[in-house]
Ligand binder design. Structure first.
Ligand code: COA
Length: 672
């Protein structure tokens, strides 16, 4: 049989999932029998479907009249007063090409239903279950056609969520999987195939690891609920924090799903915080209290999670157990890496796939985090999968080596006397590399930096530059040894050379992120201030100590520092020559973000990759409008902004941006 031959569907169970699945099928023109044990459940379901269809119609998504779609759905009661299946149900089954079951998660009831369906449905009919926690194999065992019993796991709400997990039981035939897959496609969904009937399939296994880890971080006292959620939302970029999500979906729901999974042999050391909330009946939004508090039961107000709270936990540590789980799925041939990544993106709304995260952070970092967790807790589940260990051994570390779970463009390293340049498409890293001299800015280094910016300016492969340093310093400033015997005129030329570089950075047509890894003093700070965004490692010392040498900053420090902070703060720093630490610098506006030293590289990479997805010409226009517009009177800068705004309408990228918005997809900007 092929999906083409499927014309009539039966959806058993008209609850949250069942009525949504029936709606999806009816929307695509299928004749649907919607079945439940009581008429009132069916009435309620039909009302909800009608409400949802009206919404879709108002939005212009639905072209057919609502009544036409509704007329495709026939409600059927399948239990009589004695609790036996009705005659009518048998007739409906006899007229069914494909059944989807979405009743309560009880194996006995499901088996009874499947046995009955097997008896009455034609031999070609596929019997699918929307179960999220029960084994397909066991459900299939109740029938004489286990090869035609399959998992078809929709996500809530089915009309809006694009993901469907198709699960192959031990006996399910490849043909059945294929037909179900094709049918999901015909429903307009994006299916993934779960090749083995493992508890929790893909999404719930990965989610369980992630939520459990978030919970343990709090339980172990490493960070509080808001700090974890801030990291999840703002650093990992997930649509909701871990606890926010638990509260929103219901702590009880997760508790039941995860308990069912562990009952089926999923090994996890459950964080007790979830059970405590469950026992206290603090289920989240629905009960008015969970990890956060709500104005009333069922009344949702999004918890306030300030951005400043992010960074207390390492996002690598939060995501490492999920990566380990994903590696287990891959190693055990449960799903392909593409399907696993697709599942977390579509099912959980993660901005990147779990393997894409691993490649970005570095597989070595993931393994390190897992080993650290294992050491701290002794929990077996932190033992890194052999696949991860092998990848580290083979140097497949992700983006930084050009190969990880995915292949990237070859990483190209260019070495100059005083700089290391790594082209990790679309990012170019410029690393100041005179660590023994704390990356002091010698005339040679300045010359090489200027040349490198020149080269990268025209390199189409590069969309963002990250500037950082090796060793203990970003840069401890101009090389003082070059000052000896300088005539006033030569000193002026030296200062001018500095200005040329800082201006070059401000005119540079792509974003420059400066990652301050250590001392950032004098000329080092002047270079840093000329970049677009500064991220500093905790503890980094920043200053303009020139006064101690009998001079003043000569690379723009007296001009740029007061523009970033106040005039008097700039004076205090320049007059005293005293250093401030990164946290103080953040308060003063001299840096934009402070992260633990071990997170500096990943943080810079994550920001660079984010910017690299934006339209390059619009980024350029925004950079110029901000850098140069703010230096002019507003009557000159506003027309300048208007001209740049107008100019962008001559680009292909604006067409792509607007089209992608209308088509609800991610835009792909070319910079043309
Ligand atoms: N120019 C030339 N060399 C420099 C330098 C600079 N701006 N800053 C540091 N170095 C050299 C040091 O001379 C030393 O070299 P050596 O090992 O050959 O003696 C090496 O870098 C390490 O520095 P050191 O001073 O031993 O490290 P530290 O940890 O004791 O102190 C600093 C670190 C940053 C506080 C200190 O190096 C310093 O004050 N540097 C000068 C900062 C400055 O005035 N910058 C403005 C210049 S206009």
């Amino acid at each position: 049989m092929s999906a083409e031959n499927i014309k009539k569907l039966t959806v058993v169970g008209a609850g949250t999932m069942g009525h949504g699945i029936a709606e999806v099928a009816a929307l695509k023109g299928y004749k649907v029998y919607l079945v439940d044990i009581k008429q009132e459940f069916l009435d309620n379901a039909l009302q909800k479907i009608e409400w949802s269809l009206k919404k879709l119609y108002e939005k212009g998504v639905l072209r057919d009249p609502v009544e036409t779609v509704m007329s495709r759905i026939t409600p059927v009661v399948n239990l009589d007063e004695k609790g036996e299946f009705t005659e009518e149900f048998a007739k409906v089954l006899a007229d069914t090409d494909f059944m989807v079951e979405a009743i309560v998660e009880r194996i006995d009831l499901k088996q009874k239903l499947f046995a009955y369906a097997d008896e009455h449905a034609p031999s070609h009919t596929i019997l699918a279950s929307n179960t999220s926690s029960l084994p397909i194999t066991e459900i299939g065992r109740a029938t004489k056609r286990p090869e035609k019993v399959v998992g078809m796991h929709f996500f809530n709400p089915p009309p809006l969520m694009p993901l469907v997990e198709i699960i192959k039981g031990d006996k399910t035939s490849d043909d059945t999987v294929q037909v179900t897959y094709d049918l999901a496609k015909r429903f307009g969904k994006q299916p993934v195939v779960v090749k083995k009937d493992v508890p929790g399939f893909i999404v719930n296994r990965i989610l369980a690891r992630f939520l459990n880890e978030a919970c343990w971080v709090v339980k172990r006292g490493k960070a509080d609920v808001i700090e974890v959620d801030a990291t999840v939302r703002y650093q990992l970029g997930f649509p909701m924090g871990a606890f926010e999500l638990a509260d929103y979906s219901g702590i009880d729901v997760f508790y039941y799903v995860f308990t069912a999974m562990t009952g089926r042999g999923f090994k996890i050391s459950p964080c007790t915080l979830f059970k405590e909330k469950f026992d206290a009946k603090e289920f989240g939004m629905k009960s008015g209290k969970g990890f956060y508090t709500y104005p009333a039961p069922g009344k949702y107000v999004r918890p306030e999670i300030p951005k400043e709270k992010a960074g207390k936990v390492d996002p690598v540590e939060l995501i490492a157990p999920a990566v380990n789980e994903a590696a287990w799925l891959l190693e055990n041939d449960v799903a392909t890496k593409e399907d696993i990544d697709k599942a977390v993106k579509l099912g959980l709304g993660w901005p990147k796939g779990v393997f894409e995260f691993a490649d970005e952070y570095g597989v070595d970092k993931i393994v390190e985090a897992l080993k650290k967790l294992k050491e701290e807790t002794g929990f077996e589940e932190y033992e890194p999968q052999s696949l991860l260990l092998k990848m580290v051994e083979e140097g497949k570390l992700g983006r930084k080596t050009g190969k990880g779970f995915y292949e990237y463009k070859e990483v190209e390293e260019r070495r100059k006397n005083t700089l290391l340049i790594r082209i990790e498409e679309p990012i170019a890293w410029i690393v100041l590399n005179r660590p023994k001299k704390l990356n002091a800015l010698s005339p040679e280094l300045l010359k090489e930096l200027y040349e490198t910016l020149d080269e990268l300016e025209e390199d189409d492969k590069v969309r963002v530059v990250v500037l950082t340093g090796t060793g203990r310093a970003f840069s401890a400033g101009a090389d003082v040894t070059a000052f000896m015997g300088l005539t006033p005129f030569k000193a002026m030329i030296f200062s001018k050379k500095f200005h040329e570089i800082t201006l070059k950075m401000e005119y540079f047509p792509k974003p420059i992120i400066v990652a301050l890894n250590g001392f950032t003093l004098g000329g080092g700070m002047e270079i840093a201030m000329s970049g677009d965004i500064r991220i500093a490692a905790e503890g980094v010392m920043i200053g303009q100590p020139e006064i101690n040498l009998g001079i003043i900053p000569g690379g723009g420090g007296t001009q740029r520092m007061p523009r970033l902070t106040t005039k008097s703060k700039a004076k205090e720093i320049i007059f005293t020559g005293d250093m401030v630490d990164a946290k103080e610098a953040l308060k003063l506006g001299l840096v934009d973000k402070v992260v633990p030293p071990e997170q500096l590289e990943q943080e810079a990479r994550a920001l660079a990759l984010k910017l690299a997805e934006k339209p390059p010409l619009a980024l350029l226009a925004a950079k110029y409008a901000i850098n140069f517009g703010t230096e002019s009177p507003i009557w000159a800068s506003l027309p300048y902004e208007a001209s740049l705004f107008g100019l962008l309408f001559s680009t292909d990228d604006v067409i792509e941006g607007v089209t992608a918005f209308m088509e609800k997809r991610k835009p792909k900007f070319k910079g043309q």
